[in-house]
Design a protein around this ligand. Structure first.
Ligand code: FES
Length: 105
């Protein structure tokens, strides 16, 4: 189901456990993170180069880029470690029933 605000992205059963996964949502490359019971979403491509964050390493609320080890806070997309300086776009997430929805725009 897609409404004007929220886009149905995946089943909650497909979420990783304290990890990151990549998926296409409406043609966008999105990274989905779980930290405990919390779920976050950002663009999947690093702002420093052509690396996919889903191939990186999630530790707490930080995702480490696999290419040059820059880091972002998955809650906000804010860069937390060089060489990344530009934030990665983050998206609001909600879970209703067994579905995970993203607010893409
Ligand atoms: Fe991500 Fe360089 S491509 S830190």
């Amino acid at each position: 189901m897609t409404d004007t605000l929220w886009t149905d992205a995946l089943s909650a059963a497909e979420l990783p456990t304290d990890d990151v996964m990549g998926l296409l949502v409406n043609g966008r490359d999105i990274a989905i993170y779980t930290v405990g019971s919390e779920v976050y979403a950002t663009d999947n491509v690093c702002t420093h180069g052509q690396a996919r964050l889903c191939d990186g390493f999630l530790e707490g609320h930080e995702i480490e880029c696999p290419l040059h080890q820059g880091k972002f806070d998955v809650r906000t997309g804010r860069p937390t470690c060089d060489p990344v300086t530009e934030p990665v776009r983050s998206y609001p997430v909600k879970i209703e029933g067994q579905r995970v929805y993203l607010q893409l725009d």
